[in-house]
Write a protein that binds this ligand. Structure first.
Ligand SMILES: [Zn+2]
Length: 199
């Protein structure tokens, strides 16, 4: 039987290998040699339940953490956060990283577990944590993501636990070796088939 990282790798990971196209990330605009398309993970409901049950919820159990809330940010992490909240009997909500607000009824001292889709630079998760800190919530370590490609084990002093971890490389367009090799940068989700077929 395949492991969870193998299942994710098979269906949802693209890696640069002298490819005709490569990834321009939508979050930072940086070019990346590795990409996780979490659409191919969250659309597989049994896989999400498997990840939540056997990795995330198990980890919370080992650390004896019972959060009041599981909080994510739209859009890609919502399904994962909801599945975890349901599994452990917590409330579910999300922060708006664009307006830097969270309108859910989170009270001072509420224990919060933060869930994201993946971490490259970690910008959205950092914003989410700061919004929650501003509400007086207690954001617990670890934070959970499907993928961690930052090469770091912590973010804002919180441990990162992920279903798949690997070091990806981000380059500014002006200094991108893939562009220099003649590969074209594209937004990954709308061009997913192009990326995968020309791997
Ligand atoms: Zn490039």
């Amino acid at each position: 039987m395949k492991t969870i990282p193998e299942m994710i790798n098979d269906k949802a990971i693209w890696k640069y290998d002298h490819s005709k196209f490569h990834v321009q990330t939508s979050e930072s605009g940086m070019h990346s040699d590795l990409y996780l398309n979490t659409d191919y993970v969250v659309s597989d409901v049994p896989l999400i339940e498997n990840i939540v049950k056997n990795i995330f919820s198990k980890e919370l159990g080992l650390r004896n953490i019972q959060p009041d809330w599981v909080i994510s940010y739209p859009p890609f992490g919502l399904a994962i956060a909801y599945a975890l909240a349901r599994q452990i009997g917590a409330k579910f909500g999300y922060a708006d990283t664009k307006t830097e607000t969270c309108d859910f009824d989170i009270r001072k001292g509420d224990v919060v577990t933060v869930v994201g889709d993946d971490i490259y630079s970690g910008g959205s998760i950092k914003k989410t944590i700061k919004i929650l800190d501003g509400l007086g919530a207690k954001v617990q370590s670890p934070i959970f993501t499907i993928g961690n490609f930052s090469g770091a084990k912590t973010l804002l002093d919180l441990e990162i636990v992920s279903a798949i971890a690997e070091k990806g490389n981000l380059y500014p367009e002006s200094d991108c070796p893939m562009c220099k090799a003649g590969s074209k940068a594209v937004l990954p989700r709308p061009n997913w088939n192009k990326l995968i077929l020309n791997k």
